[in-house]
Design a protein around this ligand. Structure first.
Ligand code: DGY
Length: 329
């Protein structure tokens, strides 16, 4: 059997290169690339597995002539890949679940605290030299302790966020929104804390609504203008999942009109672009998609991604397959 050739579309932390180069040849793209270039590489017959990023679009068009065994996505999310197209082309897809659960939940908690306690506004105020001493009414925020946190989704990251929120004495409720690739059986949840409620009850009664569902057809614009209008006027929306789950233009309108109080976002509908008007809003805290951005986690993701790729290059089911049926269909 000839040795496999891997394509890494964007340089990854170690041990990705070390693991892959011990098994075969590794090409690493260091340049910005188009989806056309990616499609050409996939169709070239040179590569056994492509190690892709969530910014690499691998839709039906890009996969139409692909001659690869697998795609190892450097992310837990895989909405950048058309899984149905990959499956029917016999391409296995792998992802990197688990290792980024804790840091992403940390960022959700950070956004809850930062929005409620107006952390960025307060920091900007202090740096601007405006702090003239303690005042009873200076930069008043809203309570976290005792507030109700509504988690949209009940998977691993929602569960880890619930555990953190419990430590802040928050009251937790959650609802399930099932996606097409969910492994947890209907009725099951990884969430042991809090109360399961309907989506409608959750959005109408929560002080904080935090989004923890993957992007899929049924979650696109799940939080839209109608949903925002039913949230409490004092409510805060947090999104660490995927931008398009929230209608960002509708969110800007709701934040401007005071329909909801604030938003803490790590993800955006059209990354890296932000919806018009969002940047100007003091009641938004905006992070650049850094949920998993710690040195050790990015390295663990690189390891999982490489292990997925190596297994796929041997036509073995990888440690974290998204569509294990790809090679049997
Ligand atoms: C993911 O893995 O899907 C995150 O969004 C980036 O780490």
């Amino acid at each position: 059997m000839s040795e496999p050739r891997f394509l890494i579309t964007t340089p990854l932390p170690e041990p990705a290169y070390a693991l892959l180069s011990a098994q075969g040849t590794v090409d690493v793209w260091e340049h910005e690339h188009s989806s056309g270039e990616l499609a050409e590489a996939a169709a070239s017959g040179r590569y056994s597995v492509i190690l892709s990023q969530l910014t690499d679009r691998l839709g039906a068009a890009e996969l139409a002539d692909a001659k690869i065994d697998g795609i190892a996505n450097y992310a837990v999310g895989f909405d950048n890949i058309d899984i149905a197209a990959a499956t029917s082309a016999g391409i296995m897809v792998g992802n990197t679940p688990g290792v980024l659960t804790a840091p992403t939940a940390d960022i959700a908690m950070l956004l809850i605290l930062a929005t409620a306690r107006r952390c960025i506004e307060a920091d900007t105020y202090t740096r601007a030299g405006l702090f003239e001493g303690w005042k009873p009414s200076l930069l008043l925020g809203s309570d976290v302790s005792g507030a109700t946190l509504g988690l949209i989704g009940s998977g691993r990251i929602a569960a880890a966020t619930a555990r953190r929120a419990a430590g802040f004495d928050m009251v937790i409720q959650h609802c399930s929104v099932r996606g097409p690739h969910d492994r947890v059986a209907p009725g099951e949840s990884e969430l042991e804390l809090g109360q399961r409620v309907s989506f409608d009850e959750l959005i109408e009664t929560s002080d904080f609504v935090s989004v923890h569902v993957p992007l899929a057809e049924n979650t696109y614009h799940l939080v839209n203008a109608a949903v925002l209008s039913r949230m409490k006027r004092s409510a805060i929306l947090v999104n660490t999942a995927r931008g398009p789950v929230v209608d960002e233009a509708a969110l800007v309108a709701a934040l401007k009109s005071g329909e909801i109080a604030a938003a803490g976002l790590d993800v955006y509908e059209n990354e890296p672009r932000l919806a018009s008007g969002l940047v100007e809003l003091a009641n938004s805290v905006l992070l650049p998609h850094v949920g998993s951005a710690t040195v050790s986690v990015r390295s663990k993701m690189a390891e999982l991604c490489a292990l997925n790729a190596i297994a796929m290059s041997r036509r073995e089911i990888p440690p974290h397959p998204v569509n294990p049926q790809a090679w049997h269909s």
